[in-house]
Design a protein around this ligand. Sequence first.
Ligand SMILES: [Zn+2]
Length: 295
Amino acid sequence: MIPFVRKLEFEYGRVDQVSPLIRRVVANNPGPFTYLGTGTYIVGRGEVAVIDPGPDMADHLEALLAAVSGERVTHILTTHTHADHSPLAHPMAARTGATVIGRASPGMLQATSEFDEPGEGEFRPDIEVADGQRIEGPGWTLEAIATPGHISNHVCFALAEENALFSGDHVMGWSTTVISPPHGDMTDYYASLDKVAARGFATLWPTHGPPVIEVAPFLAAYKAHRLDRERQILAELAKGPRRIADMVPVMYAAVEPRLHPAAAHSVFAHLIHLVRQGQVATDGAPTPDGVYRLV
Ligand SMILES: [Zn+2]
């Protein structure tokens, strides 16, 4: 079981000091992908960085500008190009003169189904961030950590002074993350989970929900949950060749049927990974309605 953390003391639009170097303002965009809303982080004092400004909502922009009143926003960082993370970056930069740092959309990023998070069609940062790149201000040092998986352009940002990681949607305390092909990739996701676990961060600050402070056990359970799903798929295929539509009602018997289509995307992501690993075969390239069998 993943030890989820879901309790968050907040008010929409209010700025809260949540650690010595970190403030947070939550946008009023609650939903199935965003939990209570997008938590925008402000790092430092005087000259600050803003992480995941969020959706293009006028009241959220005004709340952020009020939170940094009298200070200078030098950098606006985006963890990825989903619609609840990056769209406010350029409008906020226009008001503050900040440099937008992140990764561009990987081509057309429209949601391919209602179970995908909507992307922002053509997001372009001012600076395309590289893995390991440092972004600094007075008293704070951020380091970009490329973490593809949830989406290919996902980047987390480590805050050296607090041994903390702004984990975006890569690791969230309130929920597992959506891995939906083609933009989501389970093979990459596993590697990115290991990459974060190897760093020994003391705190994770996801863009949605409260921080994760029991980091190592949380990450171990987060990965174990995916491996468990993988074992369930292999167990289903041990009964004989199957389609995703045959496996989901069995694997997700405890989950409401209305969530089964979303679960099917996750099973598809696992199957692509298992085919790459040589454990599962299908005819031709993996597809959502293909027949899968054990090798
Ligand atoms: Zn996302």
